[in-house]
Design a protein around this ligand. Structure first.
Ligand code: NHX
Ligand code: ZN
Length: 675
């Protein structure tokens, strides 16, 4: 009894070994074939023997390969007998040959000539001579070259298709799933501690880990373990991070792949990969399968079978549906999937028994952003009195990924300025940069243009200040940044429900730039295109989505299910005309209103404009000094006040800032340009 090889040892590398084995086998077969096909018997002899045999007339032909200095003498029947060479198989009648190395001093041509002379004199047949170029190896390549080329091409192609990274991937493995496996030996170092914010989602996902660790706790009470959970949320909010944390914490194998991994140019491959994935998962149960960007396969199947023409994707989806249903309910495979478009997914995927639960991963709230900042700031050398809460307040609407980007960008900016630590100004510059793009101070702008830009931006500032729901202004700038020549930066209100008047005021504010051009310059320019685009979209949404127009009220033509209508619209031609008319009417109304307000506050507008031309960047308090305090208390102000009170209770002093820094702790609310 010998020692049995470890069954698991190096199991991961076996396919690679197998592939090499196969190549070697193929080459060996070819060599074998080559020699076998050459059905002759050859005996190696030394030169004197060879010469003797030739002189004795035992050869009919000599082949000389001059490059390798080899001569092969083909024996006659009698010659073969004399050389005692017999067929292995009776009557096979193979060619018998003598093979020798020609001594370098010998002139083989002269030798053969002299032998022939002698043979002729004796009245015997001459020896034919054939000169061959190249050696055996070259002959071999001439023979098999094309075949080898084809094999290499084939191998190369299959390598390419395997994506290179798979190692074992290749054309023979197209039907294999490309899942990356994390288990005890190979785990991620992400844990739930690294996931900041997302408090609710974390609870749900921690429960899934619990299902796998202690299933009996649930099954004893008769509960069925869920089969899948769908992580839904906008990009950059940490869905993949959450899944990675599960991998790090679950203590069970974790198979991770992306929805697009199922897609290949061959028909049927997607379904085969799904099958293979679930087979792997069942072998490893209990385990977790994570499919990122599942919308690549899970998009709703088209209604019209001829229109969609994406049979391959449907097959893949169908296979996934079957596999998820095919489990016994307690076999310990839980499928996590992430998407940012849950509404696009096929309804069948979402029904209980497949992805039973949906976990919403939303954009982080203020307190979440503080946590996220703290996670990312661990890595960064910051100024000791950096106010993280203030940072969080200024990044309204940012995702976790955006915040990571802010931190990194701030560090880069600080390094560029040779600072020892990253300070508040660097973070502000980073936020501006990320929202608005690169500052372009070098762009050449004439005084006339500068005046026009200031007129436009002052228009935005005036209207947003003088309307009830106008977004709270942070600053106005005429320093070019990105594609914009100037911008008014607002702190958008994080409202849950938006009243009609708020939409109208927002539109009025967005049209204010163009309106100011018309009122104060007497001519309009192309620059307002972006403002107009946003306004038009908003007006269309009011009519078609929110049912807010007078002519077609309470109707929503929007389709949130993702099953598109194709080319047919869900309304008639007359309604289409009505919608267009309503959009135009709403926009005109707000444009007229903007002009009216601007005329009313013309002198204030002009003061703001002149200040803007002078200073290039003006802040909330500059506008306040000109237009007076706002009549309406903004929601953001209220929230800031609530937060301040809470901070007071927690003992955090914001006042620290006011002695040294130039930013007033009360005023700068979150930045965000005209939204
Ligand atoms: C151009 N840019 O394209 C020049 C360089 C009217 C004073 N010939 O409305 O800068 O005209 O209130 C995102 C953001 C196009 C996308 C801004 C696409 C700007 C911006 C055109 C101010 N501020 N217009 C504004 C502006 C322009 C543009 C954008 C975008 C101008 C206006 C851009
Ligand atoms: Zn504008």
């Amino acid at each position: 009894m010998g020692i049995l090889p470890n069954k698991n040892g190096g199991s991961g590398k076996r396919p690679v070994f197998g592939m090499y084995w196969m190549y070697i086998l193929i080459v060996a077969c070819l060599f074998g074939l080559y020699y076998f096909q050459d059905s002759s018997q050859t005996k190696s002899v030394d030169w004197t023997e060879f010469e003797a045999a030739a002189k004795a007339g035992e050869m009919s032909k000599i082949e000389v390969v001059s490059e390798s200095g080899i001569a092969i003498g083909v024996l006659t029947k009698e010659g073969a007998k004399k050389q005692k060479m017999h067929d292995d198989i009776e009557g096979a009648n193979t060619e018998k040959r003598l093979r020798t190395t020609i001594p370098s001093t010998n002139k083989i041509q002269d030798k053969i000539d002299s032998w022939n002379e002698q043979l002729l004199a004796e009245g015997r047949p001459e020896i034919a001579v054939k000169y061959e170029k190249g050696n055996d190896l070259m002959k071999f390549f001439w023979f098999f070259g094309p075949i080898l080329l084809m094999i290499f091409f084939f191998v190369y192609m299959s390598r390419r298709m395997g994506g290179g990274s798979g190692g074992g991937g290749g054309i023979f493995n197209v039907g294999k799933s490309k899942a990356r496996i994390f288990d005890k030996d190979n785990s991620t170092d992400v844990t739930f501690k690294d996931v900041a914010g997302l408090a609710e989602a974390k609870v749900e996902i921690e429960e899934i880990v619990e299902f796998l660790k202690n299933p009996q706790r649930y099954t004893e009470l008769g509960a069925k373990i869920p089969k899948g959970a769908l992580l839904v949320g906008p990009p950059g909010t940490g869905k993949t991070l959450l899944a990675k944390a599960v991998a790090g914490e679950a203590g069970v194998p974790f198979l991770s792949l992306s929805g697009s991994d199922f897609v290949e140019m061959f028909v049927g491959v997607g379904a085969a990969r799904v099958r293979d994935l679930f087979k792997q998962a069942k072998d490893k149960a209990p385990c977790i399968v994570f499919i990122d960007e599942i919308d690549a396969v899970g998009r709703a199947r088209g209604k019209n079978p001829n229109m969609g023409s994406n049979d391959e994707r449907e097959n893949t989806l169908n296979q996934m549906l079957t596999e998820m249903d095919g489990f016994g309910s307690n076999n310990g495979v839980i499928v996590l999937a992430a998407t940012n478009r849950a509404d696009m997914l096929d309804k069948a995927l979402l029904r209980p028994g497949r992805f039973d639960r949906q976990i919403y991963v939303d954009l982080p709230e203020l307190s979440d952003r503080v946590e996220i900042f703290n996670v990312h700031l661990r890595r960064i050398k910051t100024n000791s009195h950096l106010d993280v809460e203030q940072l969080a307040r200024q990044t309204q609407g940012f995702s976790g990924a955006d915040i990571a980007n802010v931190c990194n960008e701030a560090a880069l900016i600080a390094a560029r300025n040779n600072k020892q630590a990253v300070d508040w100004d660097d973070f502000m510059a980073a936020i501006d940069r990320i929202v608005g793009g690169l500052e372009k101070r070098s762009r050449v702008i004439t005084d006339d243009e500068k005046f026009a830009i200031a007129t436009h931006e002052a228009g935005h500032a005036t209207i947003s200040w003088m309307t009830e729901y106008g977004n709270p202004l942070v600053k106005v700038t005429i320093v070019p940044r990105g594609r914009a020549l100037g911008a008014a930066w607002y702190a958008p209100e994080a409202r849950q429900i938006i009243p009609t008047q708020a939409l109208k005021d927002t539109m009025c504010g967005m049209l204010a730039g163009r309106a100011a051009e018309e009122v104060f310059l007497g001519q309009i320019g192309t620059g307002a295109s972006d403002d107009l685009e946003k306004t038009t979209k908003l007006a269309r949404a009011m009519v078609m989505m929110y049912g807010m127009s007078d002519k077609i009220p309470n109707i929503n033509y929007n389709d949130s299910t993702g099953q598109d209508y194709g080319f047919t619209k869900p309304y008639s031609e007359e309604t289409a005309k009505l919608i267009d008319d309503e959009v135009v009417r709403i926009i005109n109304e707000q444009y007229e209103r903007a002009k009216e307000i601007l005329r009313k506050y013309a002198s204030q507008h002009n003061q703001i404009r002149d200040l803007l031309v002078k200073k290039e960047v003006i802040y909330n308090e500059d506008v306040k000094a000109i237009l007076g305090p706002r009549q309406w208390k903004s929601r953001t102000d209220e929230i800031i006040e609530i937060n301040k009170k809470e901070e007071g209770r927690k003992g955090i002093e914001l006042k620290k800032d006011s002695d040294g820094d130039d930013n007033d702790p009360g005023t700068p609310p979150p930045f965000n340009p005209k939204e």
